[in-house]
Design a protein around this ligand. Sequence first.
Ligand code: AP5
Ligand code: MG
Length: 205
Amino acid sequence: MNIILLGAPGAGKGTQATRIEENYGLTHISTGDIFRRHMRRQTEIGEEARSYIKKGLLVPDEVTLKIVKSALDEVHGKNFMLDGFPRNLNQAQQLDGIAKIDKVIDIRVDFDILTDRICGRRSCLDCGYTTHISVLGGANTCPKCGCEMTQRVDDREETVRSRLQVYATQTASLVEYYEKQGKLFTVDGMGTPDEVFAEIKKVLG
Ligand code: AP5
Ligand code: MG
């Protein structure tokens, strides 16, 4: 089974992807994580992506499709989960031509909660562990490996506004796109991460 995790920025796609990967063995493909790895390594793709990401805009489809095709080649026929892709109609149509998708899970969270979730997110520079600043209790070190926790370049309030706007104008229509294909499942993302995962398990069986 191949799935897509849909949902606005901060809806909890990455948080749930970790649980789904552990419990269902689906390979996690996050376009945002791939771009961030390229940015850390200062590759050509990373430098181009950075100029869009720091403004909260979508990276051009041509670049995004290239990294997705390459990630899909690397899974060698294993089942996968896409997180953060597709993000507009063109990406969804292109994906239909290269892979078979079985289920699309849309994680729904009220927009007014998303800004706090995203602006409070801190990520470990070393192991990639992500949490909310309220959980860290004033500490700046990763609870998993002890390395420094930082804020993503696109997690500042002004950029978050632009990301939410991009979601509303370009990505939200994919809900209808997948509903028409009979693949859409909606999950309430307002509970705790474990409660949200319990809902996802009902969808995945
Ligand atoms: P990407 O990295 O995909 O970011 P995003 O979609 O904006 O989503 P986030 O990663 O911010 O949120 P999430 O849903 O994963 O939530 P998380 O679990 O972390 O993309 C970044 C950028 O890359 C884009 O803006 C774009 O520029 C570019 N890009 C990526 N894909 C692209 C594409 N296909 N085309 C073009 N450009 C692309 O949780 C968020 C916070 O909330 C955390 O602090 C977490 O601890 C907390 N939290 C999670 N769940 C809960 C819960 N149930 N209750 C309370 N808190 C929770
Ligand atoms: Mg994410």
